[in-house]
Design a protein around this ligand. Structure first.
Ligand SMILES: Cc1cc2nc3c(=O)[nH]c(=O)nc-3n(C[C@H](O)[C@H](O)[C@H](O)COP(=O)(O)OP(=O)(O)OC[C@H]3O[C@@H](n4cnc5c(N)ncnc54)[C@H](O)[C@@H]3O)c2cc1C
Length: 516
């Protein structure tokens, strides 16, 4: 039985380095008995350099990998993210008020009492769903950070994730992987992939290091998918029929002053053929318009983005990025495993890229095959689970479009055509018209969006669950009203304790957070 002792990761973007860290930590890279993890990246082919929004799972990963939160905040221009605020995803109100709602990271506490039916019955008064079930939305609107200087690293009053500079994050991961986790780092460009007769990869060929062989090859070469796509010929399943958005224009915008407030949430503003992301890092804003090339031109997209930026980037060039939307038919083929953009990608509306790549890298590390005979069975499971994760992500992203009542362009109208909606999502929505979403609707550990995420989006977008005639099921109205009052009170209490977001980041950069 041939033991697996050498893994070669090709590609040094955030996916490659995250994979390197997870594998090296679990498999004791660099030790005599462990599995040697080597990462090969091209010095001439750049990383994609975007991907600035994350979800809270990244906090557990950083902590698990042994990365200091203070170093991370200092070195990667990090700010804290408590929510995604969706703006203009529904038509404005009759008086012209723009529609906005939060998808918060503090989840409603469903274990004691699910407040949803009571909110639907109007017992919270004129209060958004997010504000009824959490104090975090009010904190976001007040520009307050989710933690104080007294909280230790990775702790806070509220659940949070980060905004980060992707290039600097890859650099931090590089240092951590090579200095602390025993990863070997090679600079070189793969020019040819040598495949064995059975279709497995035998080696990659580079001018800098010649032929490099390994037992397992991890493809982190980004959209080019050099190993899994070009060499192994695993087909790509395009999802453009469901997810229309396939292009992006991005620009990094300077702050008008060093005192300009930094929102502690991502702002996602819907526009005629897509949406604009607006992310405040400590040193600059990262913004971009992701749009559907079938419905608009690059020139019009540029106008839309510049109009949104109101002159803040008039002198700056925009960067065009073509996005390959969908996923591979298989993510693990013989001894080649795809992680990162080579595995799959959908528009970054809910910051799913890093989330899935991080989760699948960790899964691979946990399930890592000791010898080659164990590979086929593991590969089959990995393929099933990762595919499910992607399908569920697509359901969740499509939900935002399908629930919208915007009809100002063909893009929005076509997004509501049931023919473009996955059957699994339609079935859930049908059920939720008369029944509250419940944990029974979510089955898999790798479902990255769960009940709580759906609740924020469904009810943030005005979805109606008709509970008429079911009042007998919801007899805790008085307790619910107490809870609604509690969330409001808690916000007022925290208001005096929490710093404005920019000020907290400044202090963390200066003094550092307490280690756990
Ligand atoms: C517009 C846009 C916005 C996004 N926003 C988000 C977001 O908010 N949140 C999020 O989580 N994700 C986001 N993503 C996804 C994010 O970009 C990826 O999660 C992340 O950057 C991972 O990229 P990667 O490492 O797979 O590929 P890349 O960063 O492209 O890295 C590819 C690597 O492969 C190497 N390489 C390529 N060819 C060769 C070769 N022949 N030989 C050797 N090395 C080679 C390159 O040198 C590079 O190191 C976004 C993506 C896009 C397109």
């Amino acid at each position: 039985m041939k033991m697996i002792k050498q893994v070669l990761i090709v590609g040094g973007g955030t996916a490659g380095w995250l994979a390197a860290c997870h594998l090296a930590k679990k498999l004791q890279s660099g030790s005599a008995s462990g599995v040697q993890i080597t990462l090969l990246e091209s010095a001439t082919i750049p990383t994609i350099g975007v991907g600035e929004g994350t979800v809270p799972a990244i906090r557990q990963s950083l902590q698990y990998l042994g990365i200091s939160e203070t170093d991370f905040i200092r070195e990667c221009d990090v700010t804290l993210k408590q929510s995604i605020q969706f703006v203009d995803w529904m038509k404005p109100a009759a008086d012209g008020t723009v529609h906005r709602y939060h998808h918060l990271f503090d989840y409603p506490d469903l274990s004691s009492l699910d407040l949803t039916p009571y909110w639907l019955q109007g017992l919270a008064g004129d209060c958004s769903y997010a504000d009824a079930v959490s104090w975090q939305g009010r904190l976001c609107d007040a520009g307050l950070a989710p933690k104080t200087m007294l909280h230790a690293e990775f702790n806070g009053h509220c659940n949070y994730a980060y905004h980060l500079d992707a290039v600097k994050f890859a650099r931090l991961l590089t240092r951590h992987a090579t200095e602390k986790l025993g990863v070997k780092h090679l600079l070189g460009t793969v020019q040819q992939v040598e495949c064995a007769q059975n279709g497995a990869i035998a080696a990659v060929l580079t001018p800098e290091h010649g032929r490099i062989s390994a037992d397992i090859f991890i493809d982190c070469t980004g959209f080019s998918a050099l190993l899994i796509g070009e060499a192994c010929k695993v087909p790509f399943i395009a999802k453009n029929d469901v997810m229309f958005v396939d292009s992006a224009l991005a620009v990094q915008v300077p702050y008008a002053s060093s005192e300009q407030a930094i929102p502690c949430y991502t702002i996602a503003t819907a526009r005629e053929a897509g949406w604009i992301w607006d992310i405040g890092l400590s040193a600059r804003r990262g913004t971009g318009y992701v749009y559907a090339s079938r419905y608009t031109s690059d020139e019009r997209a540029e106008q839309v983005l510049r109009q949104y930026l109101q002159g803040a980037a008039d002198q700056l060039p925009l960067r065009k990025i073509d996005m390959k939307v969908g996923y591979r038919e298989k993510f693990w083929h013989h001894n080649c495993i795809a992680l990162g953009l080579s595995q799959g990608f959908v528009e970054p509306l809910e910051a799913t890229g890093l989330l899935i790549y991080d989760a699948t890298a960790r899964m691979l590390a946990d399930l890592f095959p000791p010898h080659q005979a164990a590979m086929p069975m593991l590969a089959e499971r990995f393929n099933q689970r990762v595919r499910l994760a992607w399908d569920k992500v697509i359901d969740f992203i499509k939900l935002h479009y399908y629930l919208s009542d915007r009809d100002d362009s063909a893009f929005w109208r076509d997004n509501r055509d049931p023919a473009s909606v996955p059957a699994s999502l339609l079935a859930n929505l049908e059920q939720w018209r008369y029944q509250l979403p419940s944990p029974y609707d979510f089955h898999s550990k790798l479902e990255v969006f769960n009940l709580e995420n759906y609740l924020y989006v469904l009810y943030g977008m005005g979805f109606h669950t008709d509970l008429a005639g079911q009042e007998y099921r919801f007899g805790a109205g008085a307790q619910a009203q107490q809870m609604f009052g509690y969330y409001q009170h808690k916000f007022q209490q925290l208001q005096s304790e929490l710093l404005p977001h920019r000020e907290l980041i400044r202090r963390v950069q200066q003094y550092g957070l307490q280690k756990i």
